[in-house]
Design a protein around this ligand. Sequence first.
Ligand code: AMP
Ligand code: MG
Length: 400
Amino acid sequence: MMPYEEALEIILSHSNLLSTEKVLLLEAPGRVLAEDVFSDTDFPSFDNSAMDGYAVRWADIQKVPAFLKLVGEVHAGGEVVPKVERGTAVKVFTGAPIPEGADAVVPVEHTEIEDGQVVIKTVVKEGANIRRKGEEIKAGELVLERGTLIRHYEVGILASLNKVNVEVFRKPRVAILSTGDEIKDLGEAITKPSQIRTSNNYTLLAGVLSAGGIPHHLGVVCDDPEKLKRVLSCMHEYDVFITTGGVSMGEKDYVKVLVSQLGVDVKFHKVRIKPAKPVLFGTYNQGKGLFFGIPGNPVSCAMAFDLLVKPALLKMQGAHDHLPKVLRARIKRDFKRRDAERREFVRAIIYLDGDALVCNYSQKLQSHMLTSYVGANCYLVVREGVKEIKEGEEVEIVLL
Ligand code: AMP
Ligand code: MG
């Protein structure tokens, strides 16, 4: 059985970068930037006021109250009118250009108007409330690096740089297929008490969407090698092919044999993790396609996606930040198990208790209980060889 890190490393070493394409700015959220983006101007592009107030010469307000002659005003988007000369002030609004001669802005709440004069009641620091040209970004500076996941913040930054078209990596096309005589798709009639509705197809479809891929629903196929082979043979149409179910050691578990017959180069079958041990991974299309055979238990399915498939999808899209996020927290209550052979990933929640991050794990530990994810925001990681963790001990967690 392969250790988790090794399995992930093998998968990532076969997760090749997809090609790139240009998209409009509003198609960019959730995509990964495929170009370095530079600024052609300084940000801010001119000195401007951070407050509504009065632009003054700092030397004039060393003693308060200071009385200054009001000589004009400038709005955001306005033209700078008079200079600020000794003993004078110009009224400014947030975002307005700073008049020549001024080296501080006194917020309006620290001032009064008396007999047509501005009375400065509080001393401010030299340069106060002035946003300086170039203080955020210098012209020519690298602002967003290739490999950055574009969120709404990056969209705003790209907009401020006037980027209408953005070069991003292509979305991976991912096929999802469920196998099992007992599995019925949504809307299909359940005709026997032993039949169940698929959750895995939809967990995976939604997971692929959230990881930036284009999921393709291939439905459910029964445990019939001929039928299964027919569906699997369309594999080369996709960048990634995921099956769920039929990959363990049962008599009707045909996936491994069939994919080998279809030319998948199997890299491993079985990872030392709990649940989801019988995960199979291989490549096809001269190493360009990734095949994942994921066991059918709904928790195994979701977990194998999070820990093994999602990092691959992100890496194929060029994301620098493709690995699961690890944190540390204090465990809320004792954890015990008998068999410590595998690394276990237990659905859990972390929250702030006082100033400590605390991790509490689900009561539902078994791999068929998908509702163990309700309210969960992380996995509690129980390493190989660990049989017991005592309340209050520091534990490793992986964010969902
Ligand atoms: P298998 O991996 O085929 O041995 O299936 C393991 C368990 O997962 C069995 O109890 C199956 O009924 C269940 N299972 C398999 N496929 C799905 C699915 N698509 N949705 C929900 N449960 C499934
Ligand atoms: Mg099965």
